[in-house]
Ligand binder design. Structure first.
Ligand code: AMP
Ligand code: GLY
Length: 422
């Protein structure tokens, strides 16, 4: 099989790593890729946003399977363009990608499918949104409807904060057109988890559970980020809860998508809160998570490409995945300043030595190669993963690798997995 992965982060490095050694693979490309994927595949200098060029390349290189990593090309219709070119794509159509592209669409599907989720209302009129906040009070959650690079959600502790958020999104238009509509919803309390499923339109195969660490600072302080680290499995996700999530949330969502004429194929990512009343959906994403992907794929025993092929062929019903009897932890190393302004170009040393430590795999998120060295080239720069016999060992191994990496201009959270370990 000739495969093209689209994207340039740690998630795409992990996807490439999981596919690179498959007996089914004959050629692997990553567009645009990074120095990590360059060691496993051929990088192609086409940005993930240039769908026309990507399709042209896929046709010319007789690609059998396109795997988009990030949501933007999916929302922009790369799966539709692949279908028009007769190329299989492991991702939803633009219509189905609205599950992530529009929070109101996601809530509609949740309601249609009877999925437990936070109570909500949508607004296109700012005054009505302010009135609603007066009625229901705080804490309350304000969300820009469209894609806002992970910055479109405000969990407001007070009514003042909620009013400010509404005004910033609708009045000052800080997220542009993504904030023309907003969703206001009930604040959920509990432990957050990310559950992943591979979907072929009709069926879903469980791909794992992880706990992300979204805030930039230790003890969950500071602003939200794309994710500073993840662990799997989180101790608060029992088998019973996971079964309930598959049966009451994932599978009903797939059925509702079929009902709507937009069947979902690809990686379905459910962001959930495990509340006292059971698991509730926060949101769906239409892709693998980052750094969840780097955390889950090292646990997989089965051949990943074989499983992906089943999703493309519509035979997931008969597919199964075997997992290593292990736990996994990822620590993300970032450039100082992230998620605010940061500098690029500082050199990172010790990657080779760190990568040889037991259980460790270092995924590149935002790096560039220059004269034999590796330089920082993004906010999130490295996803340092380790697996171990249990979570304590995985976390200790990941930090041993972090400590073996010499990068004075970088930082990471020092408490990944701490709460899970009690
Ligand atoms: P998102 O950008 O949609 O992933 O949301 C960012 C974060 O906001 C989530 O990971 C949650 O921690 C938080 N969040 C979103 N919706 C709710 C909610 N209804 N209740 C509590 N927290 C929420
Ligand atoms: N780590 C969360 C995400 O990928 O959206």
């Amino acid at each position: 099989m000739r495969v093209l992965i689209i994207g340039s982060g740690g998630r795409e490095h992990a996807l490439a790593w999981a596919i690179a050694f498959s007996p089914l693979l004959t050629k692997l490309y990553v567009a645009p890729g990074n120095p990590g994927t360059a060691a496993l595949a051929e990088n192609v200098p086409i940005p993930a946003s240039n769908i026309a060029k990507l399709i042209e390349f896929a046709i010319a290189q007789k690609i059998d399977l396109v795997i988009p990593g990030p949501e933007a090309p999916l929302v922009a219709g790369i799966a539709d363009a692949c279908a028009a070119a007769g190329i299989a794509c492991l991702g939803p159509t633009a219509a189905a990608a609205q599950l992530e592209g529009s929070k109101a669409f996601c809530k509609d599907i949740a309601d249609a499918a009877g999925i437990p989720t936070a109570d909500w209302a949508e607004f296109t009129d700012e005054d009505e949104a302010h009135d609603y906040i007066e009625d229901v009070g705080a804490p309350i959650v304000i969300k820009a409807d469209g894609l806002a690079a992970g910055k479109g959600v405000v969990v407001a502790a007070t009514e003042d904060e909620a009013h400010d958020a509404v005004h910033a999104i609708m009045g000052d238009k800080i997220h542009g057109a993504a904030g023309a509509k907003i969703v206001i919803e009930e604040c959920l309390f509990g432990e957050e988890i990310s559950v992943f499923a591979l979907c072929d339109g009709l069926d879903a195969l469980y791909l794992g559970v992880a706990a992300d660490h979204k805030r930039v600072g230790d003890n969950d302080t500071g602003p939200n980020t794309g994710g500073m680290g993840a662990i799997s499995p989180p101790p608060w996700a029992s088998q019973e809860i996971l079964d309930e999530i598959m049966e009451r949330i994932i599978r009903p969502a797939l059925a509702a998508m079929v009902e709507r004429g937009t069947p979902f194929r690809g990686f379905l990512f459910a962001g959930l809160m495990v509340t006292e009343a059971g698991p509730k959906l926060i949101e769906f994403n239409v892709r693998f998570g980052d750094p969840e992907c780097e955390t889950l794929l090292p646990l997989m025993q089965s051949d990943f490409l074989t499983v992906l092929q089943a999703a493309i062929n519509g035979t997931l019903k008969h597919a199964a995945i075997t997992w290593k009897n292990a736990a996994s932890a990822t620590v993300v190393m970032c450039a100082k300043g992230y998620p605010g302004a940061y500098a690029t170009g500082s050199e990172i040393y010790g990657l080779e030595e760190a990568g040889e430590l037991p259980g460790v795999m270092i995924f590149h998120s935002g790096t560039m190669a220059e004269q034999g060295g590796i330089l920082a080239n993004g906010g999130r720069v490295l996803a340092v993963n380790a697996i171990g016999d249990d979570l304590a060992q995985a976390v200790a191994r990941a930090y041993a690798a972090v400590d073996a990496i010499e990068w004075p201009d970088g930082f990471c959270r020092r408490d990944i997995g701490r709460r899970a370990l009690g």
